[in-house]
Design a protein around this ligand. Sequence first.
Ligand code: ZN
Length: 605
Amino acid sequence: MSANSPANHYTVKPVRPEAHVYEVTLHIPEPIAGGQIVHMPAWIPGSYMIRDFAKNIVQLWAESEGRMLAVDKVDKQTWQVESCERDLCLRYEVYAWDLSVRAAHLDKTHAYFNGTSLFMAAQGLEDRPCTLELLSPDGKEYQLWKVATAMPRLNAEEFGFGTYQAANYDELIDHPVEIGQFDHIRFEACGVPHDVVITGAHNADLERIARDLKPICEAQIAFFGGKAPVDYYLFMVMVVGNGYGGLEHRASTSLLCSRDDLPAFSAKELSEPYKLFLGLCSHEYFHTWNVKRIKPEKFLPYDLRSESHTRLLWVFEGITSYYDEYFLLRAGLISQEEFLEMLGQNMTRVYRGVGRFKQSVADSSFDAWTKFYKQDENAPNAIVSYYTKGAMIALALDLYLRKETTAAITLDLVMQKAWERFGLNQRGVGETEFESFVEEVSGLEMKAFFDLAIRSAEDLPMDELLATHGIVMNYRRPLGQDDKGGKADRGNSVIKPDLGARVVRAEHGARIQLVYEDGTAMCAGLASEDVIIAVNGFRVGAETLAKHLTRYRLGERVVIQAFRHDVLMDFPVDLLAAPENTIYLGLDEENQAASALRETWLNFR
Ligand code: ZN
């Protein structure tokens, strides 16, 4: 298909914001002979779960040169249109009421959509250029609405309604669009304009956000050779009361955060939630290279009609998760101590789940569709996260390469070479190619390392690897269910009984969310959704339960009273301690060689 083919032209209008309905049209000047087939994507790249976006198509019509055409539905997401010679026009309504970064949303306050939620693909014509005309909703109340998207403008003012363009369908669906009355701030990184657009009620210091994001972006552009792969980048932030999430795109990212995560005007220090927000921005920005351009062969091209399995998600999410925090350090936003605390917290998340002894990260990647993205109460006992363990593997890989080569070869070098080999050449990474590529770049025999790290469900020798860099890995018991780890316990070291479950407040007690394998709750026979109301006849709630248990001795028999559904039951149990699964890292200044190696890794001053 030549690039000179006439563009498929889409229009989007938020026709009924109050009913959350967009009207979309697709004009195909030269449809496939014998009857055009169109389909909706079943999933959105970056979020590996079948979402069946076709379910939100409410009504659909087709016509050509004034003649209505018959439309046959072939399967849950595919339509066969009656044959016509030219100028096929499809018109359909899409219901949009999902306030997440993965779908589409529309009400009287704003419109947001991903192309995967709104745009049908014209089968066989996916390579044709696309144009997109964005139309304002009717009505005075929408007169101040503006448009934010990284999609290149064809005939539109900056932030304006009008016509935008994409080289093909794949690009069309990779530029989400925000429409409404948003706040906006611009900064430049390495000569490239970057916009931050914030939707939703907030009172954040935008200048501060721009000032903090700029060094992160500049450090990452410099890391990958100094020339940004985009000529414009957009951070789209949706602010809500309570939320967290992000999704990467080729020249933008959609982020969802809580109002209080963003910095207030008076804030001097980085608050913990703001640090997480910057980490999220850093993460999605790193994806501009790692997964949007260095990507699995399996995603070239994406098949959005069904699951696309790869064992490599740990490379794209794990390594990105390692670097998101590493770049906060490299950009000078956090100290070495804070970075080590974040590493300790991530390791704690890994070590809290015995699922890591049952699933490898290769399998976690492959089964993301049905396991990681469909987590239930048993997840910590059954699966491992290719994000958190993937980040720990990235750390281990970096330390291993540094140790073996006295820091001549690092994960930095591997990623920079990967950018040259795969990213710049638009070549997919084969399922075993990342491993052979690391061997090629490092000149090291790495099979044993990868067999253990990627394909086994055993722990890596993290303590040994950290020790080579003058870092001590410490284990302790959690201080409560809000203890994220990363820090030493400066309190007393008496071992206390622990419920071995995560609870939330319920009307008359503490509702169990999940039960950790072989902890007190599981040994007692308690299960998720049980509501604990008393221990030995004394009333407890979500806030008082943990403290109440500390009144007993380890091994002492107590009776926990809880409702399962509507039946009050007694659960006698011998109290157990929490396992030592909380990690914090400390410095070992004794070993000079190790300290010197640590400096090459952590000192960016
Ligand atoms: Zn990610």
